[in-house]
Design a binder for this molecule. Structure first.
Ligand SMILES: [Zn+2]
Length: 58
């Protein structure tokens, strides 16, 4: 089951760009079943849901 676990969860580096103010954040997180989890909650401008995610290989 080791291989299966590696396929469903892996570490990623994510660039998050705010679509409201244009601020960029570079975070490390993990991707699980297609969902990226970085712990990122909101931008400096209080935006919580309007972002562009760009995933990069770590
Ligand atoms: Zn913002």
């Amino acid at each position: 089951m080791e291989g299966e676990e590696r396929m469903s969860t892996y570490r990623v580096k994510v660039t998050i760009r705010c679509n409201r103010c244009g601020e960029k954040f570079v975070l490390r997180g993990r991707k699980e079943r297609g969902q990226i989890d970085t712990g990122f909650k909101q931008c400096l401008c209080s935006n919580t849901d309007d972002f562009e995610f760009e995933e990069q290989a770590l």
